[in-house]
Structures are given as C-alpha cells and as structure tokens.
Ligand binder design. Structure first.
Ligand code: OAD
Length: 245
C-alpha cells in the first residue's frame, strides 16, 4: 500500500482540512459497516427497514432493542489509528470532522466540534415531545425485543438520537458542514460508500470550488471517479501515513 506523495503534500500544506467519514473508519474498531455483505448491520437485521419512524411506531420494542444492541457494541469499541490520526492532525491545523457515524469514536480519540450529520446514537429523546431522556439505558449483549422507556413528561416513547430515513438532517449541522467543505484547502473522504445524500454530495461541493479531494477506502465507490486522489487501503493503515507531518 502506498500513499501518493502529492496527496501527502496537499495535507501537509493545508491550513484547513475537512475529514468526511463514514462507517468504514470505525470498521477496524469492530463496528460492522452498514453495507458489508458478510457482516453489515443491514444484511443481518435489515436495518434499512428498522431505521424509520414508521418502523419504530409500528414495532417500538424491536427497533429499540436493535438500537440498544448497537449502543452496546459502540460503547465497547475503542478508537483506532485512523480516528487518532484525525485527532492528531487537529492539534496542528484547523480540522472539521464531518461524520455520518452515530458513534463517539472521533470524540474519544480527541477530535472536538465533530459535526454529526446523522445524529448520535445515545442522544436519546422522547419521540413525541422531543425532550432529552435523562435516565440511563442498559444495552443487551445481543439484539433483543425490549420496550422503550417512556417519557416522564408526556408518556411518549424514548427513541435514539439518530436521523432516520425520511427525516431531515439537523439543519445547522448540515450548513456548518457545507460551509467547512467549501472553505477547506483539502477534503478527505474516509470509509463511506457515498450512497446516502446529502452527505455524499459534500465532496462534489468542494470539487466545484476547485478544492482537492482524497478518498481513503479499500474499495472503489461511486465517488471515486471524481476524487483528486484515491488511496485504496484501510483507514487505520492509510490515514496515519497520509496525515503524518
Ligand atoms: P457504508 O456501510 O455504506 O459504507 C462503508 C464504506 O466503508 C464502504 O465503502 C467500505 O468499502 C468502506 N470500508 C470498509 N472497511 C474500511 C476500512 N477499514 N477503512 C476504510 N473504509 C472501509 O457506510 P456509510 O457510507 O457510512 O445513515 O453509510 C452512510 C449512511 O448509510 C449511514 O450513516 C447510515 C446508512 O443509512 C443513517 O443511518 C441515516
């Protein structure tokens, strides 16, 4: 595996860097990606059908149990060398981390001000009145059917703080991400299939401004052909090399 010297130079000379991440950056921390044929969360549990408000309203215990199981996996996972490389880069230059991931691995590696386009798994709130849930939740070791707790204020059901299919992205977070991507000196696109919009449109906005883009992904994606450089390697291997001073 080699990282093009030109790509390394772009990062080394940049003063503002955006790192747009997807599930692939957390794969080496042991969190299955969404669309991996063997282990993907989608493949095993048809998550695309679970991750909607209709699914939650129709069968809250199945959806809640599935999200609690994921909460347990993510709590046990540790940041890997890729998350740490991004955080280290943030010590040297301005880095905006824009992630589609609902875990906290970027923060736990030391990145600050992470823009979570798809929300955060553990930002539990009432599905009816929207109030944050203050009580703790206990994560099971395997997906189980569990009734969600109820809101002490209105009796509604507590839901995970993620963006479900059909729901809008948090407006301020998305506009901060657009702003960052169109002002950066370079945009790194790490571990995303590029299939879910509007997140997948962000690298294109950077390109329209003439900003170089570098993909880090062991597989080719729908975004690859429009990237300035593509590094075909796992993130935990490639990112430390790419951002090394
Ligand atoms: P996907 O599961 O669609 O794609 C994961 C990508 O990571 C693939 O392109 C893999 O090739 C790549 N990958 C796997 N291992 C890797 C590694 N070690 N290093 C680098 N890349 C690796 O995940 P996302 O693109 O994040 O949204 O999916 C986007 C959104 O789809 C998710 O945020 C989720 C889902 O619907 C919501 O839940 C709203």
């Amino acid at each position: 595996m080699s990282v093009p010297e030109e790509a390394r130079a772009l990062v080394r000379e940049a003063r503002r860097v955006v790192v747009l991440t997807g599930a692939g950056i957390s794969a080496e921390s042991g969190i299955p990606t969404f669309r991996d044929a063997q282990t993907g969360l989608w493949a095993r549990f048809e998550a695309e059908q679970l991750a909607t408000e209709d699914a939650f309203r129709g069968d809250p215990a199945t959806v809640w149990g599935w999200y609690l199981w994921r909460t347990g996996i993510e709590a046990a996972a540790q940041p890997n060398a890729a998350h740490r490389a991004v955080a280290d880069l943030g010590q040297r230059v301005h880095v905006d981390v824009v992630t589609q991931n609902v875990d906290t691995l970027h923060e736990r590696a030391g990145s600050r001000g992470v823009l979570h386009l798809h929300g955060s798994l553990t930002a539990f709130r009432c599905a009816d009145c929207g109030q944050p849930h203050v009580g703790g939740v206990e994560a099971p070791g395997s997906p189980r059917v569990i009734e969600p707790p109820t809101c002490p204020l209105c009796g509604g059901r507590i839901r995970p703080g993620v963006v479900w299919f059909g729901e809008p992205l948090p407006h301020r977070t998305l506009s901060a991400a657009v702003d960052a991507c169109t002002r950066a000196d370079v945009v790194l696109v790490v571990g995303t299939s590029g299939l879910v919009h509007p997140a997948a449109s962000l690298p294109g906005l950077a390109s329209e401004e003439g900003i170089p883009t570098i993909e880090v992904n062991p597989e080719e994606t729908v975004l690859s052909s429009s990237m300035t450089y593509a590094v075909r390697a796992p993130a935990a291997l490639a990112l430390p090399l790419l951002v090394r001073d």
